[in-house]
Design a protein around this ligand. Structure first.
Ligand code: AKG
Ligand code: FE2
Length: 364
């Protein structure tokens, strides 16, 4: 997902969209037609070796720069970004209470009666508030998910009317949480720059002067037919970095690796990080923004808390010259990040299609 803009598109017709938690109340044995995916999109049970897991980066090994451990972990980070686009960080230094508190208020919010949650409506064509983002037509297949999405920083993207006042400590908890995640993003961006070797450690600094930070909370109720639906459609994120927190008792996130959907198994207190479209463009495709999706479970619900961290809207982006040479010709044109964000939020989630906005024609 991209950072959140309030791009209202009054002309779009999306038809009636059910609230999934309400739909579930009647304990249906089947799902409505609008959720049933075409065969090719349905979650198939992949026969993958359990050892096929996204890399795990131990941040406690990356404190002392002169240490052998530091360089070993940095090399792992480089491989993770190049080959997977995803990794989990452990020992990231964020107080686990802050993570748990956020999970708790988010759950409390989703457990509220619908009338209460509808006080913060996500209007069609916008992606802030409670509801369904990225729905633009009546015939579009829908995701088995309720969402609450909020712009956090800079202040002009924050729509305070959409910040829940119930639970009463929601905003305060989200603010505290967001400060911690932001600090983690700063550290990660520096480490990522360092792992690229060809650029200075502070190469990204100017782009993130008034960085955009947005949060999306995805709640996936249990689904009677998880084999037919998707929790969240395949997409790459329009951010620079995404930080995803998930509970440990359900698997739902899958990433596309060499043509197979690989599940991301949750690790206690770890955070899942992925490279977004911005870093793919800046590194001219060296570090990958990888397609991912969420599937549902028959018996269990699942909550994911997702922070998108992106450059200032006024920044002009394009591949850094250090990553363009005769072996790797320039794959992306220069563009304004605000324009890209607008493009992202006004199109449905469809694999890596949004990045075509930036691709140079002969690379399409
Ligand atoms: O819930 C998940 O695991 C995936 C969430 C995600 O990819 C997103 O919100 O962009
Ligand atoms: Fe995502």
């Amino acid at each position: 997902m991209a950072p959140i803009l309030c791009s209202s598109m009054p002309e779009i017709k999306v038809g009636h969209i059910d609230d999934i938690q309400e739909l579930r109340r009647a304990r249906p044995t089947m799902v409505p037609e609008r959720y049933i995916r075409d065969n090719s999109e349905r979650p198939t049970r992949a026969r993958l070796p359990d050892s096929l897991q996204i890399p795990i980066i131990d941040m406690s090994k990356m404190i002392w720069e002169n240490d052998v451990q530091f360089h070993h972990e940095l090399a792992k980070l480089a491989t993770a970004c190049e080959e997977w686009g995803f990794f989990q960080v452990i020992n990231h230094g964020i107080d686990t209470h802050k993570l748990e508190d956020m999970e708790e208020v988010a759950r409390e919010f989703f457990d509220l009666p619908l009338e209460e949650k509808e006080k913060y409506p996500m209007k069609p064509g916008t992606i802030q508030g409670y509801g369904h983002a990225f729905v633009f037509s009546e015939d579009q297949k829908l995701d088995w998910c309720n969402m609450l999405a909020l712009g956090v920083e800079p202040p002009f993207i924050r729509d305070s009317k959409l910040w829940p006042t119930n639970p009463s400590h929601f905003s305060e908890t989200l603010d505290k949480y967001s400060v911690e995640i932001r600090k983690l993003c700063h550290i990660l961006l520096r480490l990522i720059a360092r792992s690229l070797r060809r650029v200075e450690e502070n190469v990204f600094n100017d782009m993130f002067g008034t960085a955009v930070q947005a949060v999306r909370m995805n709640y996936y109720p249990p689904c009677p037919r998880p084999d037919l639906v998707l929790g969240l459609s395949p997409h790459s994120d329009g951010s620079a970095l995404t930080v995803l927190q998930q509970e440990t008792d359900t698997v739902g996130l899958q990433i596309l690796k060499d043509g197979a959907w690989v599940p991301v198994h949750p690790i206690q207190n770890a955070l899942v990080i992925n490279i977004g479209d911005t870093i793919e463009v800046l590194t001219n495709g060296k570090y990958k923004s990888v397609e991912h999706r969420a599937i549902t479970n028959k018996k269990k619900d699942r909550l994911s808390l997702v922070t998108f961290y992106a450059p200032s809207y006024d920044v002009e982006l394009g591949p850094l010259p250090e990553f363009v040479d005769e072996n790797r010709p320039c794959m992306y044109r220069k563009y304004n990040h605000g324009d890209y964000s607008r493009h992202y939020v006004t199109n449905r989630l469809e694999g890596k299609k949004t990045l075509e906005f930036a691709k140079i024609a002969e690379q399409l």
